[in-house]
Design a protein around this ligand. Structure first.
Ligand code: NAG
Ligand code: NAG
Ligand code: NAG
Ligand code: NAG
Ligand code: NAG
Length: 244
């Protein structure tokens, strides 16, 4: 009798278990399980094969996923379509160094989550992952009118095409042009940039008329010489004193 009811009970349990697993199966998880994967989102959306390739080759895709997992500020990503890349002048991508490719992709990424309505209140230039937003570097400006959002790098103007994905942490927007940053694609103004002018400063040193960094180097050299001299004379004095 007990044996029988145990047997029945186990059948019932098996049946319930079977029902619950088969019932659970058809309901798809509302969000992709695990950490957000930008590549996966773009793959699902289609028409982003070139961007996906660049995200992989530059490793920016991994950085993005890591950042999404680690930070609370979120990410806004302007995703250029394959069409946008194929509209570039031939050889544009191939002409870039690996570092420039990284910067190009990072220029499309803002280190904060922005909904379409959030764009109305951002102040220009907005900061991108590529860094410096001064003119000639990586400035990106946003203008809005209602739900229309325009983005400009100064070299490229485009309108945000639509929302590919948004979850209050990550926003991916379609753009139909690649945003070309000034730092890479605009000829540099002949400003007195400190870094490239250094070799010139060295040649100027010989004319000895520039109160540049070289002067301080010479001065410190002189200081160490005099110190050396003082030490020498102290040494001589000590030796002289000892020999007396
Ligand atoms: C993200 O998704 C892509 C494509 O589905 C896959 O190749 C990659 O391994 C995933 N990355 C992680 C960290 O899960
Ligand atoms: C995501 O962050 C959590 C806690 O901050 C950490 O335990 C986990 O390893 C991270 N996952 C990845 C894929 O980096
Ligand atoms: C955005 O760009 C389009 C096309 O150039 C233009 O017609 C529109 O006025 C711009 N809107 C804003 C808010 O700048
Ligand atoms: C971006 O906006 C700033 C501030 O309004 C402005 O000074 C700058 O010229 C703009 N740059 C571009 C590329 O539109
Ligand atoms: C972008 O838009 C601005 C303002 O509407 C315009 O002055 C500029 O010529 C445009 N630039 C390009 C490259 O289309």
């Amino acid at each position: 009798m007990i044996k029988q009811s145990l047997f029945a009970l186990s059948f019932l349990l098996l049946f319930v278990f079977h029902c619950s697993t088969t019932l659970a199966q058809p309901a798809p998880a509302p969000a992709p399980p695990g950490p957000t994967n930008v590549t996966k989102i773009l793959e699902k959306a289609g028409q982003y094969t070139i961007l996906i390739r660049l995200l992989k080759s530059t490793k920016v895709g991994d950085q993005l996923n890591q950042q999404l997992n680690d930070s609370n500020n979120g990410i806004t990503f302007f995703a250029p379509t394959d069409n946008a890349f194929s509209n570039l002048k031939a050889g544009t991508l191939n002409g870039l160094t690996d570092e420039q490719k990284v910067e190009l992709i990072q220029f499309h990424i803002l280190p904060t989550f922005l909904s379409i309505s959030n764009f109305q209140t951002v102040s220009n230039p907005v900061r991108t992952q590529a860094g410096d937003s001064r003119p000639g570097e990586f400035p990106l400006n946003v203008t809005t009118s209602g739900n229309q959002v325009n983005v400009t790098s100064g070299l490229v103007n485009t309108t945000v095409g639509g929302t590919v994905y948004s979850d209050n942490q990550l926003a991916v927007y379609q753009v139909d042009s690649v945003l070309l940053p000034q730092d890479i694609f605009a000829p540099k103004p002949p400003a007195p940039a400190p870094a490239p002018s250094q070799p010139k400063a060295k040649t100027k040193k010989k004319t000895a008329d520039s109160p540049s960094g070289d002067a301080t180097v010479d001065a410190s050299g002189a200081v160490s010489l005099t110190r050396h001299g003082i030490l020498m004379s102290i040494g001589v004095a000590v030796i002289a004193g000892l020999s007396l």
